[in-house]
Ligand binder design. Structure first.
Ligand code: GLC
Length: 529
């Protein structure tokens, strides 16, 4: 076997910096806070940290609206702090992955400010303008075009109106982005999570937003201009990628991305009139089948990014909640599943302690532009206020963006100051408590990562084949990982009733409910065969 590319060896931990740890007591998490907690992060056994955007931003969309790609936002510190973070992380064998938000900028970015000055301004063509807007809708609600009276033109924004879309057809813009990416890689970062990257080849006049004809040429060009010859990490956020289109990104021969986040398992629950805001309960059987199909499709041309949680999604403990089931069992199941599937596992901050949703009481507690925009739209539609509030507060993104619950101290030990967003139930769930409890989700995760990354097991998990095992019955989620004569079997109960454990007597490597003849719902077991 040839040299294993480094991206295949990682276990990635995602940080939402606003809510991770407050290092300067202003109620907002920051880079100093992350540095202070690097020993904690390293103690999990993860190998890389993806940080959601930390660059200059007016925070109309939580920092996904960047106004300067070269400067850390003062809320998070400064560039020296980022250098320190890279350096301190490296000392602990942790690599830093930045969030690359290049489908759009903030409307406060100097490029856009210039673009607004006149149609002849050289930066005008960095953005997408039209005289004739069509019916394209913004992901955050409302039309995707905004009128600028001074120019008598509309600009495109697939997200908030403060997030104008960049014009990737302009080679000057593309060169600017390549330059910026090289700058950060040269400064020591390991790679990028590429925000809504599937949108960069859009053809808005034809209503094409994802998978436009130039998407893949642009991605290959990035590879040529930025990644070629480097050992770097790339994961694209691709909501529309399916098992056919994903290999266009990931086939190593094509030289585009290492892997993409596929959302089919979640999007299934958005296919209602109000999308995720009237979400149905997820069916784990369907989700299993979707994930297994991903695993089984053209493994030689694809590498999976395994995740069930991030800053845009509900917490798995809430999404998969069932009466009578301990959220910690759900968390142990989702975490272990992602660790032993084929691909690179991603863990989102708080997932390691089974954090749940905070329960918002009033509109004033909500922060997310997507929730607030949709709330207004729902009222316009005639939905009563209390129902509209429930729809956005129960299903919105703020739920997974609340501060990390470090301890039982004030504000969960996140900050001495009032946090920028409500804190969840830190008395019941916090890191300090879980560190002391050998049965906690936190200690389970540490054990699971250590096992996965061990010399004996890593080759099987990384290089071994994946095979779905359907013979046990529909309520089992079971699969085999095999390399040479070594075989691992992962099995979990995704039904509502206890099931017999067909692997009793085998060599148990990991289990979330202790040695048992039956597996309760969400009970999982990993054996060596
Ligand atoms: C991605 C981000 C999300 C953001 C959006 C627009 O989906 O994960 O948080 O709102 O892109 O940048």
């Amino acid at each position: 076997m040839g040299i294993v590319p480094s991206f295949k060896n990682q276990v990635v931990y995602q940080i939402y910096p606003r809510s991770f740890y407050d290092g300067n007591e202003d109620g907002t998490g920051d880079l100093r806070g992350i540095i202070e907690k690097l020993d904690y992060i390293a103690s999990l056994g993860v190998t890389a940290i993806w940080i959601s955007p930390c660059f200059k931003s007016p925070f109309k969309d939580g920092g996904y609206d960047i106004s300067n790609y070269y400067e850390v936002d003062p809320l998070f510190g400064n560039n020296a702090d980022l250098d320190d973070l890279i350096k301190e992380a490296k000392k602990r064998n942790l690599r830093i992955i930045l969030d690359l938000v290049v489908n759009h900028t903030s409307d406060q970015h100097p490029w856009f400010q210039e673009a607004l000055k006149s149609r002849d301004n050289p930066y005008h063509d960095y953005y997408i303008w039209t005289k004739k807007p069509n019916d394209l809708r913004s992901v955050f609600g409302g039309p995707a075009y905004e009128y600028v009276p001074e120019l008598d033109e509309y600009y495109l924004h697939l997200f908030a109106k403060e997030q104008p879309d960049l014009n990737w057809a302009n080679p000057k813009l593309r060169a600017e982005i390549h330059k910026m990416m090289n700058y950060w890689l040269d400064r020591g970062v390991y790679g990028f999570r590429e925000d809504v990257i599937e949108n960069i080849g859009k053809v808005p006049e034809k209503m094409i937003t994802t998978n436009g004809p130039m998407l893949h040429p642009y991605l290959h060009e990035i590879y040529e201009q930025v990644f070629k010859g480097r050992d770097a990490f790339t994961v694209g956020e691709c909501w529309d990628a399916d098992n056919v289109s994903r290999t266009l990104y990931t086939d190593p021969q094509r030289e585009e991305l290492n892997m993409v986040f596929q959302f089919a398992w979640f999007k299934k629950y958005e296919a209602t009139p109000h999308g995720k805001f009237d979400r149905l309960s997820p069916d784990l059987h369907e989700i299993r089948d979707i994930i297994f199909a991903q695993q089984e499709t053209e493994p030689e041309k694809s590498w999976n990014a395994n995740f069930l949680s991030n800053h845009d999604l509900p917490r798995p403990t809430a999404f998969f909640a069932r009466p009578g089931v301990d959220p910690e069992d759900i968390a142990k199941f989702t975490l272990s599943l992602n660790l032993f599937l084929s691909g690179t596992p991603f863990i989102y901050q708080g997932e390691e302690i089974a954090m749940g949703h905070p329960h918002f009481d009033s509109l004033e507690e909500l922060r997310d532009v997507e929730e607030l925009n949709h709330y207004k739209l729902f009222l316009e539609e005639g939905i009563p206020e209390d129902k509209a509030f429930q729809m956005v507060s129960i299903n919105g993104r703020d739920n997974s963006r609340t501060p990390m619950q470090w301890s039982d101290a004030k504000n969960g030990g996140f900050s001495a100051e009032t946090p920028w967003i409500k804190v969840g139930d830190y008395h019941t769930i916090n890191i300090e408590k879980q560190e002391k409890d050998p049965e906690s989700t936190l200690n389970f995760l540490k054990k699971a990562i250590k096992l996965r990354q061990s010399v004996a097991i890593l080759p099987i998990v990384r290089d071994g084949s994946f095979k779905a095992l359907r013979e046990y019955g529909n309520d089992y989620l079971a699969f085999e990982r095999k390399l040479g004569d070594k075989r691992l079997v992962y099995l979990a109960n995704i039904g509502d009733k206890p099931l017999t454990n067909p692997l009793l007597g085998k060599k148990v490597l990991l289990q979330n409910k202790g040695e048992q003849e039956t597996l309760p719902p969400f009970g999982m077991i990993l054996v060596e065969d």
